[in-house]
Design a protein around this ligand. Structure first.
Ligand code: C2E
Ligand code: CA
Ligand code: CA
Ligand code: CA
Length: 279
């Protein structure tokens, strides 16, 4: 047995080393990717109860030449967070999204709400707000048309720094959305302390509402709480008409998901908005 343990320890060490090496390579490649413009943004339409597109969520994509494929953001955003690359990557994401949408607004002569995902390290960067306001100024976008999607992870950090900053951000007209709502552990107490405009129900709940009564009841109660607190409720990951109808009956007022549209690059988004009867 001692030989077996030794062997498995050896395999484990090898696997750890492989994971470690893989991360180093990915980190180096990500640094290069930022320089070489391998990152781009896609935009997923967000619709109201009438089916009108009122906004888009900006989602980053990395088309890596080194790996020969699209690397999912679930993989490289955490890596950027861990390696100190995030404030820079976050700034690039905000800038690209704001330029893209400002150009589209000019072309379509209408405005859109732009939802931007904010990671913890990006938000905690001392230049976060200043950078964002500079980007809005350069692109002539209004603070009222910006929504920041924050997650519960943020609130593990120092609340005495975060709460006043969020309040300042909100006082400038920027909207705050609570992303992945219900998946963390401190959701309810956060709602009391924070200036939140929108609750975003995670797709893991939406996926099961028409299959499982417990999740249906949970979603129903989340919606009731949010509405009593005067928040918008946006359901993400809506894939079927049944889900949309159930969510509407529960009082959800905003929707996003493949049922309406997949995330689109800026050209495809322009075509989508031009061709939809209402936008
Ligand atoms: P998230 O913020 O919860 O984003 C929602 C994810 O659900 C996106 O995956 C979106 O493409 C996907 N999705 C939308 N509708 C549907 C649907 O109907 N069905 C299914 N199955 N999926 C749907 P994506 O783009 O792969 O992003 C994954 C996560 O990576 C995001 O989760 C977010 O946490 C992070 N992320 C993506 N872009 C950015 C970014 O620009 N900045 C930051 N900080 N994080 C980002
Ligand atoms: Ca999000
Ligand atoms: Ca300006
Ligand atoms: Ca989510």
């Amino acid at each position: 047995t001692s030989k077996k343990i030794k062997n498995s320890a050896h395999i484990f060490a090898n696997e750890m080393q492989e994971g470690f090496l893989k991360n180093i390579t990915m980190e180096q490649e990500l640094r290069k990717a930022i320089k070489n413009n391998e990152l781009f943004m896609v935009y997923q339409p967000q619709v109201d109860t009438q089916g009108n597109v009122f906004g888009v969520e900006a989602l980053v994509r990395w088309n890596s030449t080194a790996f020969g494929k699209l690397v999912p953001p679930d993989q490289f955003i955490p890596l950027a967070e861990a390696t100190g690359l995030m404030p820079k990557l976050g700034r690039l994401i905000f800038e690209t999204a704001c330029y893209d949408i400002a150009a589209l607004e000019q072309e379509l002569k209408r405005s859109l709400q732009i939802s931007l995902n904010v990671s913890v390290r990006q938000f905690m960067d001392p230049l976060f707000l200043e950078d964002l306001l500079n980007i809005l100024d350069k692109t002539d976008l209004h603070t009222l048309n910006i929504t920041l999607e924050v997650t519960e992870n943020l609130f593990i950090e120092e609340l005495h720094y975060i709460v006043p900053l969020l309040e300042k951000i909100k006082s400038l007209g920027i909207q705050i959305s609570m992303d992945d709502f219900g998946t963390g552990y401190s959701s309810l107490s956060m709602l009391r302390q924070l200036p939140i405009d929108e609750l975003k129900i995670d797709k893991s709940f939406v996926y099961t509402i028409d299959k499982d009564e417990t999740s249906a009841k949970m979603v129903q109660n989340i919606i009731t709480i949010g509405k009593n607190l005067n928040m918008h409720i946006l359901a993400e990951g809506v894939e079927t008409q049944e889900q949309k109808e159930l969510l509407t009956a529960f009082g959800c007022d905003r929707f996003q998901g493949y049922y309406f549209s997949k995330p689109l690059n800026k050209e495809a988004l322009l075509a989508f908005l031009k061709s939809s009867a209402f936008y």
